[in-house]
Design a protein around this ligand. Structure first.
Ligand code: N01
Length: 481
């Protein structure tokens, strides 16, 4: 029996824990740095936060929720789903809260990992599964004068409990997925909202709808029917996936739809020119929204496109000399996604540091295994992000693969380590395909400073599932069973 440590109790950690318990590996503990489970859905409490992937797909395939209130539910509902799932699967007692992992070192003599926590504790484990997500380290840009700002300055992912912006002048820096949810939610309640845009995003109409009582009753009685909306949503994300992976017709279709939305929702030509994207569509995440442009049209919302010069004690000054008074400054400026696992220090065979192995950019075989780091498997690791499908679909594929790995470890009684040649050729394939992808077309959280794309999977979600479905022992230097 293997003792397993999972680092993180968000959707990824909970998915792999459930799969392991189901497979009979129940000697496991989830170490969670926060005071409750939920990952990004616990951390992101900014007004308007919700899911921009349809819920029938943003849920575990084997645990459909007939009770979603709408197709794109608010964050509280998704967090509730995850908590309820973890409870029903008996996972909550296995979670150790407020347990911040600081490092993990491979002990060659015992063939086990020593996992250390911030409180000075140590846990010995056969298998370590980091499941810390890609979007857990907020980035606040170093703007000149920022430290002199006299009001609250908050990042969207660190919204202070109880902060209300009613009647206040709010400056929002950024126009990514977080900002396009936040701005419509606070517009009208805030005194004035000033949006500082560096690059206009591509948007698509959000096919949201409320789920009525009859639907909930029917799906509650026949949960198998929930496969139907899941299939429908799968079809929708499939088209989006084809569009960003180079399919001409799908790409044109989405561009036409996006342009039509902008033309209909923004009649003012000057404003339209300022919100018209300049980067290739799909190069950054395409954003589902019905409320973004209407919010920008409001008289109490200003869109500022002049670059930020500096933050002043009372607001923001832009390069055109204009002063924009702000009582509250919100950084909707995203996350550091490329420095995987930082600040956890992982030391593998021969004292090799994972951060050193990844100095030119993170890589992992199938996004999960790294040569030199036996019995370590990542959830949502390098090159497993999807901008168009549900990341939970990827989690399930990874969980299934990791269960097979743990089975091999438990049966063979010796460590499992991916072969370097397999890992190298896989990484070469990833980078060759990514070099021809739309994501090379702009700067984004998908890329390192040198331009290497380390977050995204280059193909369709179904391909990832197919390639991870059966673990090939030969990839790990084992003879086929
Ligand atoms: O962050 P982002 P996000 N001066 O990196 C701007 C997921 N998510 O938090 O484009 C001025 O996308 C930056 O400008 P530019 C989702 O995967 C999911 O919004 O770099 N502006 C950009 O506009 C998403 O992709 C949900 O020119 C600066 C913005 O800040 C990911 O999280 C909801 C700047 C950052 O956009 C990240 O989204 C929300 C500067 N110095 C998020 N620095 C769901 O619904 C940065 N910017 C599931």
């Amino acid at each position: 029996m293997a003792r397993i440590v999972i680092v993180g109790a968000g959707f990824g950690g909970i998915a792999v824990a459930a799969a392991l318990v189901r497979a009979g590996f129940d000697d496991l503990v989830l170490l969670e740095k926060g005071d409750r489970i939920g990952g990004v859905w616990r951390d992101n409490t900014y007004p308007g936060c919700g899911c921009d992937i349809p819920a029938p797909l943003y849920s575990y395939s084997f645990a459909p929720n007939p009770l979603w209130s709408r197709r794109f539910p608010p964050r509280r509902e998704i967090l509730g789903y995850l908590q309820d799932f973890a409870d029903r699967w008996g996972l909550l007692p296995r979670v150790r809260l407020n347990a911040r992992v600081t490092g993990a070192g491979w002990d060659e003599a015992t063939g086990r990992w020593r996992v250390s926590t911030a409180d000075g504790g140590e846990i010995v484990a056969d298998v370590v599964i980091p499941a810390v997500g890609q979007l857990s380290s907020p980035v606040v840009p170093a703007l000149r004068g920022a430290e002199r700002f006299e009001g609250p300055a908050v990042h969207t992912a660190r919204w202070p409990e109880g902060l209300t912006v009613d009647g206040l002048n709010v400056g929002v820096i950024g126009t990514g997925a977080s900002a396009i949810q936040l701005v419509p939610a606070i517009a009208g309640r805030a005194g004035r909202v000033t949006v500082f845009q560096r690059t206009p995003p591509w948007t698509l109409p959000k096919p949201d709808r409320r789920y009525g009582r009859a639907r909930k009753a029917i799906y509650g009685r026949f949960p198998g029917l929930t496969r139907l909306p899941r299939l429908g949503m799968w079809g929708m994300t499939w088209v989006a996936g084809r569009a960003v992976t180079g399919h001409r017709v799908a790409g044109t279709l989405l561009r036409v739809l996006s342009n039509a939305q902008r033309n209909v929702q923004v009649r003012d030509r000057a404003l339209r020119a300022r919100v018209t994207p300049v980067e290739p569509m799909g190069c950054k995440r395409v954003l589902f929204t019905n409320a973004w442009y209407p919010a920008l049209r409001r008289p109490d919302v200003d869109l500022v496109t002049a670059p930020i010069d500096e933050v002043t004690p009372a607001g923001v000054r832009t390069s055109d000399g204009a002063e924009h008074p702000c009582d509250v400054l919100v950084y909707a400026t995203g996350f550091d996604a490329v420095d995987f696992l930082v600040p956890i220090r992982i030391t593998g065979r021969d004292g090799r540091e994972l951060s050193g192995e990844w100095r030119d950019g993170a890589f992992a075989y199938l996004g999960m295994a790294v040569p030199g780091f036996p019995n370590l498997f990542l959830m949502y690791g390098p090159n497993t992000n999807t901008g168009n499908s549900s990341v939970i679909y990827f989690h399930e594929a990874q969980a299934r693969h990791i269960v097979q790995a743990v089975r091999l470890i438990a049966a063979g009684g010796r460590p499992l380590e991916v072969r370097r040649d397999r890992s190298d050729s896989y990484d070469a394939e990833m980078q060759r395909r990514l070099a021809a992808s739309v994501w090379t077309g702009c700067r984004s959280w998908y890329r390192t400073a040198t331009g290497r794309i380390v977050t995204n999977w280059p193909g369709m979600a179904a391909e990832y599932r197919r390639r991870t479905r059966r673990l090939r022992p030969a990839d790990y230097g084992r003879s086929p069973e």
